[in-house]
Write a new protein. Structure first.
Length: 263
């Protein structure tokens, strides 16, 4: 099974500011990841490295292949990186979704099929002919992400975009990506959004300060708070209720918690 591996990754914008100091971690295929860290910790920079925009020291290995100048373009096709400032390239929703597929030289039938599948998930048929500039922030953000996901990359990395989606859209997006076997890399400043992924990587002062399964990382309450992070509401509530002996484990959603309390 393929993965993305960072080995002894080092990067600096200048001699006096080393952003990464031999960072090591592996993202397993089909295991979603949230990347957190304070401002300036390198979250977006890490995505720019994945996107081939920055030179670095160390190794990036994708699906067992060491990335270099000769093979980067071929490997790049399996990773889509969507930044906050990524441009909208077309006027209407339909044209924005068609544009990358036409560049892939897919047949008109295959293009219709992929857009139809998206409509089944998200009900976007009512906005297909609309100008993207007239849509809500939720819908604009969704279309921006879908314009990359429609190419079926192995991985899609998004830079603090889940925060702009409502709960329903987040769930639909995660289900869609899972159905297409697209692994999510979620850079986020919103601790609530880490609950949607399997693993967390916490960047701090040039290193990966914490790295592991989501619940394991979130259970490091003292370390996270020392690093300046607030716990997601459900995690914090679970910890408080455990202190009073009302529950014996951490819950990720209110429904399961309430059901347990009323047993």
């Amino acid at each position: 099974m393929g993965n993305i591996k960072f080995k002894d990754l080092a990067f600096s914008y200048n001699d006096n500011n080393q952003l990464f100091k031999k960072v090591n971690f592996t993202l397993r295929k089909d295991k979603t990841l949230s990347i957190i860290g304070p401002s300036g910790s390198g979250k977006t920079t890490l995505l720019k490295i994945l996107n081939g925009e920055l030179e670095y020291q160390g190794e990036v290995i994708i699906n067992g292949v060491l990335v270099n100048n000769d093979n980067f373009e071929a490997l790049r096709k399996c990773i889509a990186v969507v930044f906050k400032e990524s441009s909208i390239l077309a006027d209407t929703v339909e044209d924005e979704l068609k544009y990358p597929l036409e560049n892939m030289n897919l047949s008109p039938g295959e293009i219709r099929k992929r857009i139809s599948e998206m409509n089944e998930y998200f009900g976007i048929n009512k906005i297909l002919k609309k100008k993207i500039s007239t849509l809500t922030l939720n819908d604009q953000t969704l279309i921006k992400i879908l314009s990359y996901a429609v190419m079926y990359p192995s991985y899609i990395a998004i830079d603090d975009l889940l925060i702009d989606l409502n709960l329903r859209t987040k769930i639909l997006l995660l289900n869609y990506l899972n159905s297409k076997h697209i692994t999510l890399i979620n850079v986020t400043t919103n601790m609530e959004d880490v609950l949607y992924t399997d693993y967390i990587l916490c960047l701090y002062d040039g290193i990966n300060a914490l790295d592991g399964k989501t619940l394991d990382v979130l259970n490091n309450e003292k370390i996270l708070k020392r690093l300046g992070f607030d716990l997601p509401f459900m995690i914090d509530l679970s910890i408080q209720l455990k202190l009073y002996g009302l529950i014996d484990r951490t819950y990720l959603n209110m429904e399961d918690l309430v059901n347990n309390l009323w047993k």
